[in-house]
Design a protein around this ligand. Structure first.
Ligand code: SAH
Length: 219
């Protein structure tokens, strides 16, 4: 079918219309999103929609985030090439692949084993050897690998998970959606000594963060 199709034109249009036009100007973020083949991270039957202005289903009721949301969250973290970054909610691995092009190391946690395995394989195959997938409850973070220069949470939290705050390096930044099941607000939190100054960014809608410091497991 469209197996060998060249998606460069769709990707370029996404960069221009969905990102630049909406105010994403960080050249490194735009370059990373130009380089990562988003169509390789979506189910084969959805490839032709991979660069559309939408989240898409990736199985198990989960989604790949809308391109604009990936760009906005990544840009807000003001990443540096030497950074070590933690992501919660690997999903298909697309956000981790974008992060892996901007920083030294990415550690990403996914609670669903089948998604973690598929994302790990995709990241290895598509040139992100510095992205490491862990399977487990991301609300606990990865204390043994802390501190992190930046933490990106790609699922909606009822409140800020305290273990993640504790795993931020001095001057580190965390971005996460906080709210109820229907609507959340993106928060950008910085660690400054014992203080955590917080900025409220835009409204958003993510799938729930399910775990010890998140929502309860659906029964
Ligand atoms: N980062 C992805 C989007 C993932 S959607 C992208 O690049 O598009 C959110 C993911 O978070 C889902 O795969 C879901 O299974 C996972 N998730 C939810 N709660 C979690 C938790 N406590 N720990 C780790 N992953 C979690």
């Amino acid at each position: 079918m469209l197996e060998n199709k060249d998606y460069a034109p769709q990707c370029a249009e996404m960069i221009e219309n969905q990102l630049r036009r909406r105010g994403i100007s960080d050249a490194a973020v735009l370059a990373a999103m130009t380089a990562v083949p988003r169509h390789e991270f979506v189910p084969p039957e959805l490839r032709s929609q991979a660069y559309d202005d939408l989240p898409l289903p990736i199985g198990g009721g989960q989604t790949i985030s809308q391109p604009y949301m990936v760009a906005a969250m990544t840009a807000a973290l003001h990443l540096q090439p030497g950074d070590r970054v933690l992501e919660i909610g690997t999903g298909c691995g697309y956000q981790a692949a974008v992060l892996s092009r901007l920083v030294k190391e990415v550690f990403t946690i996914e609670r669903r084993p089948e998604l973690a395995a598929a994302a790990s394989a995709a990241l290895a195959r598509l040139g992100s050897p510095n992205a490491h997938v862990h399977c487990g409850d991301g609300t606990l973070g990865l204390p043994e690998l802390a501190p992190f220069d930046a933490i990106l949470v790609a699922a909606a939290a009822p409140r800020v998970p305290q273990p993640l705050l504790a795993q931020l390096a001095e001057g580190g930044r965390m971005i996460l959606p906080v709210g109820d099941a229907e609507h959340q607000e993106l928060r950008l939190i910085e660690k400054r000594g014992d203080a955590f100054p917080t900025k409220m960014l835009e409204g958003c809608r993510f799938v729930p963060l399910v775990g010890y410091h998140g929502w309860q497991e659906p029964s």
